[in-house]
Write a protein that binds this ligand. Structure first.
Ligand SMILES: [Zn+2]
Length: 105
């Protein structure tokens, strides 16, 4: 298991939410489910997903535009970007080499 790259092992993440009023809150990390650790495969998905986000931004595409371009559903595309699903199709589409070494501590 690897330390969760999203919450850095804390099991929760700070978010800014706006409802009836705006506030800072901590919520259970949705990447590791509050455990603070993820499998090596999932850690790689998260890192590769981040690189896919950077590549998409560099191309000036919104999430919706990129998903449409690749023929993927928006939810599916989001899951890949945030490491909830294997981002391999995004890496292939954006011509990114998958992460080989493990840069996490
Ligand atoms: Zn986490």
């Amino acid at each position: 298991m690897k330390r969760c790259p999203s919450c850095k092992g804390a099991g929760e993440v700070g978010v800014f939410v706006c409802g009836s009023r705006c506030e800072c809150r901590t919520i259970v990390c949705d990447v590791c489910g509050g455990v603070g650790e993820v499998t090596e495969e999932k850690a790689r998905w998260i890192l590769d997903g981040r690189r896919a986000i950077e590549a998409r931004r560099a191309m000036g595409l919104t999430t919706r535009e990129a998903a449409t371009k690749l023929g993927l559903g928006l939810a599916e595309f989001c899951d890949m970007q945030f490491g909830r699903a294997d981002p391999a199709p995004l890496l292939k589409a954006f011509r990114i080499e998958p992460t080989r070494e493990e840069p996490l501590p």
